[in-house]
Each structure stands twice: as C-alpha cells, then as structure tokens.
Design a protein around this ligand. Sequence first.
Ligand code: ADP
Ligand code: ASP
Ligand code: MG
Length: 444
Amino acid sequence: MIILKFGGTSVSTKKSLKTIVEIVRTQRSKNPIVVVSAISGITDLLLSLTKVNANKNTIFKQIENLHLNLIRDYYESVPNDLKDYLLESLESVDELLSKKNTSQILDEIISYGEIISSKIITHMLNDAKVNAKQIIATSLIVTNDHFGSAEFLPRETEQKTKNTLTPLIKKGIIPVVTGFIGSTKQNKTTTLGRGGSDYTAAILGFSLHADEIQIWTDVDGIFTSDPKLIKQAKVLKVVSYKEASELAAFGARVLHPRTIRPAVSSGIPVRVLNTFNPKAKGTVIKNTNLDKSHIVAIASKRKITLVTIYSTDMLLNKGFLAKVFSIFSKYNISIDLVSVSEVSISASLDNNENLEQAIKELKEFSTISTTKELGMVSLIGEKIVDVKNILKQIFSILDRSDISVRMISLGASDINISLVLPSIHVDQSVSLLHKALIGKGEAL
Ligand code: ADP
Ligand code: ASP
Ligand code: MG
C-alpha cells in the first residue's frame, strides 16, 4: 500500500489533474490512498472571509469561480452534482461565518478547501473508470485540540484509519482523503497547520504501515535550496530523514515540518516528485548512513522575531530557564534557536501568535526586548559542524558583502548551522552561501 499526496498547485490545472488520474491509474496495483490539498489560493480566500471588513460576496464569488472554471476546463461543462456540492459547501461556510469567530470555527471554515477538492478529484477518477471514494479525514485522524496546528493522536488514529480504509482497499476502492484536517475526540474539526496535507500523508502512511509515501508537488524534488529563488539549485537524489526534517523545520516549504516524524518512526521512505514532470526521479528521503561531513542544502525564513529576556538575578535563580520555557510552552509558541548568557536569553520565533500574552507574563519577572525584521538562514547537512573551516568560510563570505549576523547557532545538533540576520539580507546571503559552498559541487 502506498500514499499519494497531491499539493495545491498539482490540483489546480486541467493538465496536472489529467496527470494525477494517470499517476493513480498506473499505480493502482500498489493499492494507493490519495491525499489532496485544496486548490491553490482557496485556503487563503477562506481565511480572508473571516477578517473584519471582508467583502464576503466578492470572496465567495472568487472561490466559486476558481472551482467552476477549473471543472469547466476539465469537463467542458460543469457536472450538476459537482456544482451542487460546491454551492452546498459554500452555504455551510456562510453559516459558520455567522457563528462566534473562534479558532475552532475558523478551522471548520478552512477545512472546506480540501472537502471540495477531494470531491472534485474523486469525480474525475470515477469518470476515468477508477473506482474511488471521497473520505473526509475528520473520520480518520484524531488530534489534540490545538486548533490551527493540531497534532495527531497515534493510537486513536491508527484504529479509526484501519477500520475505515482497510475494507475499502480490500474491495479495490481507492480512498481520496482530504489533506490538512482532522478532528478532536469530541468531533470538533481541527487543521494541522498551513501546508499540513503532507502531514496527513505521513499520518496515514504511519497508521497503515504503507510501503512508501509519495509527495507530488510542483518541483522535481528537494533541491539544494529553493529552486524558485536560486537558479543554480540542484535536485538531491537522496536525503536522510534528519536532513529532511531539519530542512522543513528551518523553512524549506517543500515539506511540512511534521511530515517526517511519523514516517521515521515506522521506517517508511518518502519520495518527493513533480506532477508537472512525472518522469523525473525525484528525491527519496530515507535512512542513510553517510559518514562524510557535508553541506546538503540551505533553507531560509524571511520573518522571524528575536525575543531577549534579561534578568540580573538569572544566575542565582535556578528555575529561571524552566520558568521562561514553560511560559512559551503554555502559549504554544515554538522556538527555533536559543542563546543563553549570564544575564539574558535570546529566543528566535517564526510565529508571533500569542506572543503578546507570553511577553506580559515574562515581564512579571524580567525585562524584555523584541526585534523584528530579522530572518534566518540555515545550512544543513549531516555532520556539518565538522566541515573544515566552516564558520570561517561563512563569515568571510558574508563579511565581504557587509552582512552582519545577529545570532548564530551550531552544535545543538551536528546537522544545522543557523544565522539570524536582517531580513533584507536573507535572499542575498542564501545566494552567496549557495554559490560558494554548494554551487560548484555535483548534486548528491
Ligand atoms: P504543494 O502545494 O505541492 O504542497 P508547496 O508550495 O507547499 O507545494 O512546496 C513546494 C515549493 O517549495 C516549491 O515550489 C519551492 O518553491 C519551495 N521550496 C523551498 N525550498 C525548497 C527546496 N529546498 N527544494 C524544493 N522546493 C523548495
Ligand atoms: N490547503 C492547506 C494550505 O494551503 C494545506 C496544504 O495545502 O497542504 O495550507
Ligand atoms: Mg506544501
């Protein structure tokens, strides 16, 4: 059994939809489970409906037209059942908008992107004589109640997934599952974080002990850096689980940061492939035993915040660090990098949600300063810290262009060197470092 996940751009053109039908058909004997994202732009449009002063009618029309145009392009005329499903779904969204604006209702609203796309793709597969059935993942994936970025509960999910999907697979029916969404034990819809359909694929792969997870996207695989920014970036044939998860966590959008964990814990290889170039070999993420120290790729984040917490009695106060981190944890704020001195802690965050409340609590026992307009550049590779003169090389490359670094982290893991620097210098730094440290080498 294999998982085939198709991302937003892959489900957004007639040509790529035809390719998807072909990919599913040719892999039919491997018992595929299909996972789909919403059509490109739909999740953002659904989110914008919930903003104060949103022009609801215009946005609803845009969502409707984006779907109808795509369906019309594919079929020439819009099948009635698809049109009815779309309009009914949008009515449900409208009803939800009249409820109190909570994070729980917000998740329910944005779940409709995947609910609609999975219906359309199921229809297209059936039309091509592939026996497929739409499955809404609220009936499969059980999560905690962190609305907006929920985590799955393995035991409960495995049971539900097996009960629902195994009988279908046995009958030769291909499930087409909504990416991005799950449900709490109390049956409240949750979402898994932006880009979370990759995570859905990994969760299903884990729960059903799949042989492989295929992530179909709009580039040829995992590159040495974002190929849309760095023209010289090369596709990597093999990437280790650790490298892939570090790349995802430090900004390479090609994979959702949580994707790798369920795959690793069950040893399932993940393959990243291109729907727009299906013959390309892609990248395999698996267990590798590379002894050589090397730089594999560079990832970046353009917008991070550095929070510095000062306290003069920090040294005397044994529980200080624990107190600080428990506040971040209470507000579900995740930290990328930390640096600690005798009197201060600096933490870099890429999400400012709940930060105000956390700072209010931190201020009860410390002085806080926050710096915005910073970004982060991360160089990734197994044993990267052992690369000869690596820091000297990085600093001389950046120095030559007068780029100053605010914070550096290495050694916490031997796989990542991260630099915090002004956001305006992020793209230039990635480009300079890629050219000097990776560009000349062969693709691995
Ligand atoms: P999907 O909609 O298929 O989930 P995403 O837009 O989430 O696709 O992810 C694919 C994009 O990730 C690529 O188009 C590319 O611009 C970006 N990306 C960033 N870093 C990398 C990298 N190292 N390798 C490949 N793609 C990357
Ligand atoms: N549709 C969701 C998003 O735009 C999930 C995904 O595409 O993976 O974030
Ligand atoms: Mg994605």
